[in-house]
Ligand binder design. Structure first.
Ligand code: PMP
Length: 443
């Protein structure tokens, strides 16, 4: 796909080739390596040029200025910010870009200690541990928490980093139907009869893993129901808030705040800093004992270089803005804005006749394309009209459930959104993806 910003490009090219029977063999060699001369972009090279936010980007391939509807920059912090940026620059001078040391070998600065306290307080847990990468947070933590003789029950649409961690843990893994508490209960019942497993020794422990907002579906987790079931069957809960922390809830504290769940009822809270906070890295928050245990045992804490200090400063500064501790109401405005923007965009798309997945308040909104052949047509036509969208297909989604995935930001203006809607509507007619009758205009 010509405008894919998140690494699904190889796949989209592959599918396009499948339909046009042109390029498939030419874009990969026999080892599956990309061949640089393949027509179209492989991974687009993008260049930011707008100072206020990242709503626009410059594709070096044709230098088109585009409205960016694909970034996870939910609160607009992935840009120069009057509060965050000067502090990040100061931390760069004070600590340098890297500690060049692991956490236990001189890589724990005062900033790291402050950061972990700040994150724990923000998510409402007694303690937290941070890592340099969100993906690694899931894939390195799960093998420490779970192992042979324990059971992981994972939502069928959980992220690749969770799948990776679950598989690497050596635990038995069962999958429940996406966001379906009744099926989760069925799986649990099947595994536990009268408090005992049907086969073999009792499970050492059982962990249910879910996400706050599902990144390919835009759907909020049915967290209260899932927690009630976990309590009933004495299973631990693991919640990945990559797309929800900072983005939803009255004060940005994620799905727990939005859905009225006490964070104490979630055993392991995980999240990333790469979305709402405009930084990088990930965290695990939980009880003091849990975090202490992870600090002594997790290889990604013991053997990996600690998170870059300026990235850590960006996270703390963004949290301060969100909470109004910068002395302004910008944080509250950003939270109100992302909610308003998301709900406006979703309802306008629906009125136009698109099938849009996900829940209100979620900034992630997939527009269903279904037919994989429509992926390149939709994304290229949008790009031609200066709107960059991300398209997603197999294996990130089931084969015939291809979609365009729009991510809305607090930094999109109403004018941006109206322009995007106009383009998407035109392209939707062209490609034939308005599956419902449009609502008549109220004027
Ligand atoms: N968990 C989920 C649910 C994700 O969507 C992602 C990536 N988007 C990650 C974890 C990995 O986070 P990161 O990109 O910060 O490494």
């Amino acid at each position: 796909s010509a405008n894919n910003l998140h690494g699904y490009a190889p796949l989209c090219l592959g599918l396009e080739d499948f339909y046009t029977r042109r390029l498939y063999l030419r874009i990969q060699d026999c080892f599956g390596r990309p061949i640089a001369s393949a027509p179209d972009a492989w991974f687009d090279v993008v260049e930011r040029f707008s100072k206020d936010n990242n709503k626009t980007l410059n594709r070096t391939s044709n230098t088109t200025k585009c409205l960016n509807l694909g970034s996870y920059n939910y609160l607009g912090f992935a840009a120069s910010d009057e509060y965050c940026t000067p502090r990040v620059i100061e931390s760069l001078k004070k600590y340098s870009p890297s500690t060049c040391s692991s956490r236990v070998d001189g890589g724990t600065t005062t900033l790291h200690v402050e950061l972990e306290k700040c994150v724990a307080d923000f998510v409402g847990k007694p303690a937290a541990i941070v890592f340099g990468m969100g993906y690694v947070t899931n894939s390195a933590i799960l093998p420490v928490l779970m192992g042979k003789g324990s059971l992981i029950i994972s939502d069928s649409l959980n992220h690749s980093s969770i799948i990776n961690g679950a598989r690497g843990s050596g635990a038995t893994v069962r999958v429940f139907q996406h966001n379906t508490p009744a099926h989760l209960e069925e799986v649990l019942k099947e595994q536990i009869a009268d408090g005992q497993p049907r086969t073999g020794r009792p499970w050492k422990k059982i962990m249910v893993i879910v996400e706050g907002i599902y990144s390919m579906e835009g759907e909020l987790c049915k967290l209260p129901e899932i927690i009630a079931i976990c309590k009933k069957y004495k299973a631990y809960t693991y919640l990945d808030e990559a797309h929800s922390i900072g983005a939803v809830g009255k004060s940005g504290r994620g799905v727990c705040e939005l859905l009225g769940v006490d964070p104490a009822d979630v055993d392991v809270m995980m999240g990333t800093f790469t979305k709402s906070f405009g930084s990088c890295g990930g965290y695990i928050a939980g009880s003091k004992e849990l975090i202490q245990y992870l600090k002594y045992t997790c290889p990604a804490h013991l053997y990996a270089t600690s998170i870059s200090p300026p990235a850590g400063e960006q996270i703390m500064s963004a949290i301060k803005v969100i909470l109004g501790e910068d002395g302004t109401s910008r944080g509250a405005q950003k939270l109100a804005r992302i909610r308003e923007n998301s709900n406006f965009f979703r309802s306008e798309l629906q009125k136009m006749g698109f099938e849009v997945l996900g829940d209100n308040d979620s900034p992630v909104m997939p527009i269903m394309l279904y037919n994989p052949a429509k992926i390149p047509a939709f994304s290229r036509e949008c790009l031609r009209q200066n709107v960059a969208v991300v398209t997603v297909a197999f294996p990130a989604t089931p084969l015939l459930l291809a979609r365009a995935r729009i991510c809305i930001s607090a930094s999109h203006s109403r004018e941006d959104l109206l322009k995007a809607l106009e383009v998407i509507s035109r392209v939707g007619d062209l490609v034939g993806i308005k599956y419902f009758p449009a609502e008549p205009s109220k004027q």
